[in-house]
Design a protein around this ligand. Structure first.
Ligand code: SF4
Length: 393
């Protein structure tokens, strides 16, 4: 962690503008010779307070506009700034979806009757500030100790046994962490073990890899994509669906390398779906979200979900009120083919699962409290989502 932080600081020193607005056209207004040093201190203090550790890829570093690092929608997602931290709402937590309560084994979440979440690892190619799984993903930080999910065969075997012995389970999401961090042989092992189980009909591998390191998909010396494609083909040959679920949040994350990588997967018959998280200052306006959805559709990546940001500790500056997702859905639906229109959803805090954002029982936009039920999952139990507290100007 210290090594990553030091590398980031050296990178920032080299890339941030050193001179005034007048000297560099297009530079952030008001940026002066002290601003870069202030920004670096801001990052250092932000990292100390953040629940997620820092990990970034060259792709991510290359698409941040370092002339405007404060507002940049990519920087906002991965690099915390102390000056933008907003005090947490009393209802937020590290495990807002209560996944650990629904885990019969370490790293196996069984909430819906027919689906399990197979947390293969707790490592990712990048660490997102707003991660739902802040309780386990990434290394420990100065403020949080993590319940790490190590990628050990012993742990996986216990999870395989549970799945094989639970005939109601038909769907498996292999996640973490990120399956991009599984060795190619392990992608094959997990995929094949699950495909061999008669009860398993569908597998989804969750990975942000296509969004944050697309070059790896195209690298013929790197075996990950080949392993994934083999598992996808094996699934097809036995009548089972294997899909990749990826995670783009902003149109800037898509460049020519992404296009080639997505094309590579499409030509090989890989089903790719996207899950976006709605984030303040990143994609909370109609124009940006519409553009993202269209770009994904053009890459044959199905825009599957747009999630209301979970009530996770340390991310209040990134959460939006429920009214924002309702407004986005109202305006975007009908502007693009229905099968390419994502479902706008809230993953209910406390473990009710995903609900369409407009299916709340009550919503008081003054108090910011919405209430929900998930009859198919938890009967009459009431769940509450709390909007972030209004900002004091
Ligand atoms: S890639 Fe996914 S699991 Fe990893 S930090 Fe980001 S949101 Fe969390």
């Amino acid at each position: 962690m210290a090594g990553t932080k030091d590398k980031l600081m050296r990178f920032l020193s080299s890339v941030l503008p050193k001179v005034s607005d007048e000297a560099h056209e297009g530079q952030q207004p008001g940026w002066n010779s002290d601003s870069s040093d202030q920004f670096i201190r801001d990052v250092e203090e932000g990292i100390k307070a953040a629940p997620m550790s820092i990990r970034l890829t060259p792709h991510i570093l290359s698409i941040i506009d370092w002339r405007h690092p404060v507002e940049d929608p990519i920087r906002c997602q991965f690099i915390p700034l102390a000056t933008t931290i907003v005090p947490d709402h009393a209802a937020v937590s590290l495990d807002s979806l209560h996944e650990t309560d629904d885990s019969p084994l370490d790293g196996l979440v069984h909430r819906y009757p027919d689906k399990v979440l197979f947390l293969a690892t707790s490592i990712c190619p990048v660490y997102c500030r707003f991660c739902t799984r802040s309780y386990s993903v990434g290394g420990p930080t100065e403020s949080v100790t993590k319940a790490s999910m190590r990628p050990t065969l012993r742990r996986w075997n216990a999870m395989f046994d549970y799945i094989a012995q639970t005939p109601a389970v038909q769907d498996v999401v292999v996640s973490g962490g990120d399956s991009y961090y599984l060795a190619p042989d392990h992608v094959r092992l997990v995929g094949e073990r699950l495909l061999d189980m008669p009860n398993i009909k569908r597998i989804r591998f969750a990975t942000k890899g296509l969004a944050v390191n697309p070059a790896r998909i195209l690298d013929s010396k790197d075996g990950w994509a080949e392993a994934f494609i083999d598992v996808s083909n094996k699934g097809r040959s036995v009548g089972k669906q294997v899909a990749m679920h990826t995670h783009f949040n902003h149109p800037k994350e898509i460049n020519w390398v992404t296009e080639l990588a997505a094309r590579h997967l499409f030509e090989r018959g890989v089903i790719v779906r996207n899950q976006t998280v709605l984030l303040k200052g990143v994609n909370d306006d109609i124009e940006t979200m519409s553009k993202l959805i269209r770009l994904l559709a053009d890459l044959n990546i199905q825009p599957y979900y747009v999630y209301q940001a979970d009530m996770v500790r340390g991310t209040e500056d990134l959460r939006t009120p429920l009214s924002t997702i309702l407004e986005l859905e109202r305006n975007i639906r009908g502007t693009i083919a229905g099968f390419m229109t994502p479902s706008f959803v809230v993953d209910l805090p406390g473990g009710g699962g995903k609900r369409l954002s407009n299916s709340f029982e009550t919503y008081n936009s003054i108090t910011g409290i919405s209430t929900w039920k998930a009859p198919g999952v938890t009967g009459d139990k009431i769940f509450e989502y709390h909007d972030p507290l209004p900002r004091v100007a």
